[in-house]
Design a protein around this ligand. Structure first.
Ligand code: C5P
Length: 245
């Protein structure tokens, strides 16, 4: 079974306020996009990363020569104007003629660089069990209301127990994802599950993880740096244990 991943990293990161793309922000000495690829690498055979056209070389440099990616094909391509177009461009590469089409495709936001690998495995298993798609979800912690009117009058309260926040990687049967993107190329979906469901696909939920948070605002960086440091010291510990006689 061929499992491929699309890692979307072509956003500008304007909300983060950095002078370079968000996915190149270093956390514990490693770019966010590198964290994102490494955290899903065990689950897939190849990865297509969508990057801003202006920074393709920097993304290629960041992803080159990582021992954990040995034997995996990693390609960096120009993303589109919106996330959906970035994913479509990556699918064009993965489904190009002359190579076997992937059976399963993960779509993962580089901005969620620390997702726990157990979430990825659970989503893949759900698709292998027959779902067209599987997406990680987590409970909503805030009390929610509908947007206020122009005059500032509060909208209706919303029962948060009925809602879930969606993370990535979202995992799909490859053919279902490709068909959904081709059928809804004019939509402007913020995730891929919307497109697969609009095509009649059955998408199931798996439990997400608190480390699947999206690095978006400057205030997300201290948590991201902390998680990166924790993961890095776990890596060092594992390496030491492997070397022990
Ligand atoms: O903007 P948002 O936070 O929803 O972006 C989610 C992910 O999609 C980010 O990792 C971002 O880099 C990526 N993206 C992309 N192409 C775009 C816009 C966003 O790959 N045109």
């Amino acid at each position: 079974m061929r499992i491929a991943a699309v890692v979307t990293a072509a956003g500008s990161g304007s909300r983060l306020g950095a002078e370079f793309p968000k996915a190149l922000v270093p956390l514990a000495g490693r770019e966010l996009v590198v964290w994102a690829v490494l955290r899903i690498a065990d689950a897939c055979d190849e990865v297509v990363v969508t990057a801003p056209t202006s920074h393709l070389a920097e993304f290629e440099d960041a992803l080159r020569g990582l021992p954990a990616l040995d034997g995996k094909r990693i390609r960096v391509i120009s993303g589109g104007a919106e996330r959906q177009q970035s994913v479509s461009a990556a699918l064009d590469v993965l489904f190009a003629e002359g190579q076997p089409a992937p059976d399963v495709v993960l779509v993962h936001d580089a901005a969620r660089g620390f997702q726990d690998p157990s979430v990825t495995r659970a989503a893949i298993a759900a698709v292998q069990d027959g779902a067209d798609g599987a997406i990680p979800v987590v409970p909503v912690v805030d009390t929610l209301v509908e947007s206020p009117s122009c005059a500032g009058t509060l909208g209706q309260s919303v029962d948060r127990d009925q809602l879930r926040a969606v993370q990535t990687p979202q995992v799909f049967a490859g053919a279902a994802l490709r068909a959904a993107h081709l059928a809804h190329a004019d939509a402007s979906a913020t995730d891929d599950a919307q497109l697969v469901r609009a095509s009649g696909g059955r998408v199931v939920a798996v439990a997400g993880h608190e480390w699947g948070f999206k690095v978006t605002l400057p205030s997300d960086l201290p948590l991201a740096e902390h998680v990166a440091q924790v993961l890095l010291s776990a890596e060092s510990q594992n390496a030491l244990e492997r070397q022990a006689p």
